[in-house]
Design a protein around this ligand. Sequence first.
Ligand SMILES: [Zn+2]
Length: 460
Amino acid sequence: MSQHDLAIVGGILGSATGSAPADLAISGERIAEIVAPGTPLDAARTIDATGRHVLPGAIDVHSHHREPGFTHKEDITSAMRAAAAGGVTTSFAMPNVQPPPNTVERLDEMIALYEAKSIIDWNINAAGTVPEEIPGLATRGIAALKVFMVVDTGRDYPHMPGIGVHDHGKLLEIFETIRPTGLPLMVHPHDQGLMAHIEAGFWARGERDALAYAKAYAAYDGLIWDTAVAVLLRLQKATGTPLHLLHTQSIGVIEQLRSAKAAGQHVTAELNPWALMLGNDWPTIERLGSYALSYYVPEKNTEPLWAALTDGTIDLISTDHAPHTREEKEPGWTDGWKAHTGTPSTQFYVPLFLDAAVRGRISLERVIDLVATAPARAFGLRDKGRLDVGCDADIALVDLDAELEIRDDIVLSKIGWTPYAGRRVHGVVETTLVRGRVVYENGSVVGEPGWGRQAKPATD
Ligand SMILES: [Zn+2]
């Protein structure tokens, strides 16, 4: 019998601090040995990674898998298949599903679904909208709670009941209640009062299509984002509750993050791929309409966002993978407010950012940190996000020289389209392993539903 189950040899081992040739061996679910290239390793199977980079699998802490409730557009298995093909080894679900996981009973039901259906590791960002449920939710191995800072109108998707809180007193109560759990609170910043006035102006002028919608959310240099973040950072300071800011996109938010971090506040922030790869390009928004919208991020934000990614002001990249059917996007050509907001990205964001590294926009090490190491650190996944002896063998084997042509017909997400179609990027994910088991190779998802496990934060 061999000493190890699997060896990966001949490749370049990537990390957030540097990359170097090394061979590694996996025993069971973990990395057992890392040795100099060519050192004999006794393993049952060997993968030749010559010319390839061996990277820690991506950890996406913000993804919309749509189950339960909206499985016509995605489900747990389809989302995780797409993720596996994109080099993602852990994906956290957002709570805007039906029913939303805002009570212990509902969360437990959702956990059971993931245990049966996921092929990669996972967790669920429970909705922290019901203060009396928060202590119980925190006992279920979750890594964060999430609040969508919108007025709970009781209407259907995307603002369904149970996930939104805008009242500042209620938000303060939620921050206070989460504090003793030690968990971070993720917030989608928003100000519906300002938005209602801005929207009314567009509508009064007869501007209602996707382009008007795009401009409304970006009005006054990101006014709705900046003002909401100011409130959230002040609530964080008041309570000490760790805050994770979603959807970083404005210069105003970058500046607030810099001063909050300089003052020692416990805040992390994410960037979503659409902010630098899609929604920051007006010709693309004109061409694709609602299909390009998560949000419009005016071009003048592009350089400051890259700078914030590079210098650590923005801590990590997560997808905000938000699949919607063509039928749900089509109404945007005449009414941008009727189209569902959000864009899919779980399958292609790692190649898109690897391509940015190949082109010299950002270092490969920084990309590895942003997509894998930093998310693990921020959410307490001690044995994930890096390839060290003893860590989970969550690995993406990538060819940075090969080109990937992004096309609708290779999309594994149920919706069958991607706003990135037509792009050619350097960085082909060849093989993905989750805890030592191959879940994707040679263009096929081979992982089985049920292999994925809840990625729980360390508690000691
Ligand atoms: Zn989202």
